[in-house]
Design a protein around this ligand. Structure first.
Ligand code: ZN
Ligand code: ZN
Length: 179
């Protein structure tokens, strides 16, 4: 069900065209950045990433483009309970992923689990609901924190910084680590 990143970019371009929004070079640059990363990022972090490619990109362009990408359905606005919005570009390519969030350092791990997903369906259905958004968020302490009592990421807890895992995969689950 997941789409390739090229397909995602195509969908976004089609959506903007249908809406009569011009695909300027700056918007196109933003779309490339957003859908070539697996990071969860804030609007300001996107601005930083964009300015490394094009120093002319304005904050206004970033703040005006983000809601359009969300509206296209290809980017999700997330609330991980840290009092700030994070954008997640991974639903288009991995529509069934869930998140583990370290309450100490903010590290975010993505995982998929078909058994849990079916169980969530069963629970919702048995309670008379048709499940629409089944994304599960689990808050906890990451292994680094448990093993050493502290976490290297603690003092620069930019929860959206990329930090790919080299850890063994969970049983029956596919996971990706991001921070
Ligand atoms: Zn995610
Ligand atoms: Zn941690």
């Amino acid at each position: 069900m997941g789409k390739s990143t090229n397909e995602v970019r195509g969908r976004v371009s089609d959506f903007l065209a249908a809406k009569g929004v011009r695909l300027t070079a700056q918007r196109s640059c933003l779309i490339d950045i957003v859908f070539s990363t697996t990071r969860h990022f804030t609007a300001d972090e996107l601005l930083d990433m964009a300015r490394r490619k094009d120093p002319e990109i304005s904050r206004a362009t970033v703040y005006r483009t983000l809601p359009l990408l969300v509206e296209s359905g290809m980017l999700k606005e997330m609330d991980f309970g840290e009092g700030r919005k994070l954008y997640d570009p991974n639903y288009a390519t991995n529509p069934h992923h869930n998140h583990l969030i370290c309450t100490d350092c903010g590290r975010i791990v993505e995982f998929e689990d078909a058994v849990m997903e079916r169980r969530v369906d069963d629970i919702a259905t048995s309670l008379g609901y048709i499940p629409i958004n089944k994304s599960v968020q689990i808050k906890g302490a990451c292994r680094t924190l448990r093993d050493s009592g502290t976490c290297a990421n603690k003092n620069n807890s930019q929860s959206s910084k990329t930090n790919r895992a080299n850890t063994a995969s969970l049983k029956a689950a596919k996971r990706r680590t991001l921070k």
